[in-house]
Design a protein around this ligand. Structure first.
Ligand code: FDA
Length: 312
């Protein structure tokens, strides 16, 4: 398996599907404060509050109603309704178009079937259009990449502004970037947060980095709208250099970072004239998201495992 670096980090991502670990983590007293760092809160109001505050400081926002990997029709229905409701709220509060939504297609029914995900995603896209803002489809693990790209292709036939995500860790990404670097195409490039086999993903950090640099070059040279999603100072620098080199105007690309990570750099980038969007997760189903954030940073993992081990 490859994925987030360090053995402990990979172990965390791989173990996060264990029901026992989930229960231990969810119950641990230390969890609450860690969750608060990365998640705006459990209610729609919490997401709106965070969005208003970020938008007030000149940042854009992508709100993500947490939830993923479900085949439960009731959960899927509720997830779709929650995102539609958030879009109406953004319009009512005057927060669109600065604030959009991100969706995970497995929350909208991808694992049940293409047509279920597509129907629900159409409802979200229609609500976004009415609100005057956009939707970006997150990318999940590699067993779902083709299905996600297929649904996005279909959605774009109806609404070309629908955004998509590519993960530099995947061997296929450079080729996907070439296919998607066309006019009007909003593409978020990230490193990738899922544990993947070496058959589909680069095993070393250096190879993931090289893939990120190559794919970002393709997107910046292309006609689309690149969304540079990283906290890594080397790729923020590269993004800034490529913007300059290709003479891109501030409305033809953006930088993106996650809520709670490098907030000072988010403001500094915006201060240098770049469009910066913060990905703001909210909702009750924060477990999988939290595990991926912990896995990205060995120091977080060590701290968290120690706290869990010593809980009474
Ligand atoms: P890297 O992990 O090397 O971090 C660089 C530096 O950033 C660290 O040294 C540290 O200072 C800081 N940092 C990063 N992560 C941190 C953390 N958890 N806690 C504290 N500090 C941290 N992935 C995916 O598979 N599908 C998707 O759809 C998305 N969507 C997405 C949207 C946006 C807006 C962002 C920013 C990221 C994603 N990701 C994602 C996650 C992405 O794939 C990746 O896992 C993280 O962004 C971490 O990678 P970095 O590029 O930040 O580098």
């Amino acid at each position: 398996m490859t994925g987030p670096s360090s053995l402990a980090a990979r172990a965390i991502v791989a173990a996060s599907s264990s029901a026992r670990l989930k229960e231990a983590v969810t119950r641990a007293p230390v969890t609450r404060s860690v969750v608060e760092r990365f998640v705006a809160g459990e209610a729609e109001d919490d997401g709106v509050r965070a969005a208003r505050s970020l938008a007030g400081s000149g940042l854009r926002v992508s709100l993500d109603h947490l939830g993923e990997f479900t085949s439960d029709p009731e959960v899927i229905r509720a997830a779709t309704a929650a995102t539609v409701s958030m879009l109406r709220r953004l319009a009512a509060e005057g927060l669109a178009p600065a604030c959009e939504v991100s969706v995970k297609l497995t929350a909208l029914g991808l694992d049940v079937g293409r047509s279920v995900a597509l129907d629900n995603a159409y409802a979200v896209v229609a609500a976004a259009r009415e609100a005057g803002t956009t939707v970006t489809c997150d990318m999940e693990d590699s067993t779902r990449t083709d299905r996600t790209l297929d649904v996005v292709r279909e959605l774009r036939a109806e609404e070309p502004s629908v955004g998509v995500v590519l993960q530099a860790m995947l061997r296929r990404t450079e080729s996907d970037a070439r296919d998607l670097a066309h006019a009007g195409s909003r593409v978020r490039l990230c490193k990738g947060a899922y544990a993947e086999p070496e058959s589909v993903a680069f095993p070393s950090r250096a190879e993931v980095d090289a893939s990120y640099a190559r794919s970002l070059g393709i997107l910046m040279r292309g006609q689309g709208y690149p969304m540079v999603a990283t906290h890594d100072p080397r790729f923020v620098d590269l993004g800034e250099r490529l913007v300059k080199e290709h003479g891109r105007g501030a409305d033809t690309y953006e930088f993106q970072m996650l809520y709670g990570i490098r907030p000072g750099e988010q403001l500094a980038l915006a201060g240098r004239g770049h469009t910066v969007r913060v990905y703001v997760p909210y909702g009750k189903d924060w477990y999988g998201y939290l595990m991926r954030r912990l896995a990205e940073r060995p120091a977080n993992v060590a701290f968290f495992v120690r706290a869990l081990a010593t809980r009474s």
